[in-house]
Design a protein around this ligand. Structure first.
Ligand code: AMP
Length: 133
């Protein structure tokens, strides 16, 4: 897609620190990393987010997310790994080309992801009803 930064990276129009690629997937370092080795896993085909990527493409993507997580854990000696993915501006999505963040964690790296849950609503049953009818 025109004007998509990640499409431009895949096409070689913008440089990136590539880790590896397959026929369908591209893996590279985030330019503004949370930690050492923070990587992004993206499909070569442009899909905006989780809502419009076809399930079979998402399956391929998540398998590479797992491979990337293992790679970072093994080769960079990460103690743990965070994996996350944003959909929509309110969720913090900046680049409208679906991507999974794979973030290696090291000892006291000081990185805070989402804060602990603090939703005060006491409407669990109502939610389940809404989601299951
Ligand atoms: P999100 O907020 O989930 O859309 O994440 C977008 C991510 O893309 C951010 O973590 C950025 O640091 C990263 N990013 C933006 N432009 C580039 C680029 N040219 N190369 C590598 N990472 C990028």
């Amino acid at each position: 897609m025109r004007n998509c930064v990640f499409c431009k990276i895949i096409q070689g129009q913008i440089s990136a620190h590539k880790i590896y690629e397959t026929k369908d997937i591209f893996v590279f370092l985030d330019i503004n990393p949370y930690t050492r080795g923070h990587s992004l896993v993206i499909p070569k085909k442009h899909y905006q987010d989780i809502f419009n990527i076809p399930a079979e493409e998402l399956e391929k993507l998540i398998v590479e997310v797992q491979k990337t997580a293992k790679l970072l854990k093994d080769k960079l000696n990460a103690e743990a790994i965070n994996i996350f993915q944003r959909n929509g501006r309110m969720a913090g999505q900046e680049i409208d080309h679906i991507h999974f963040h794979v973030v290696p964690r090291y000892g006291k790296d000081g990185v805070e992801m989402l804060p602990k849950g603090n939703y005060q609503g006491n409407d669990f049953e109502k939610i389940v009803k809404l989601l299951t009818k």
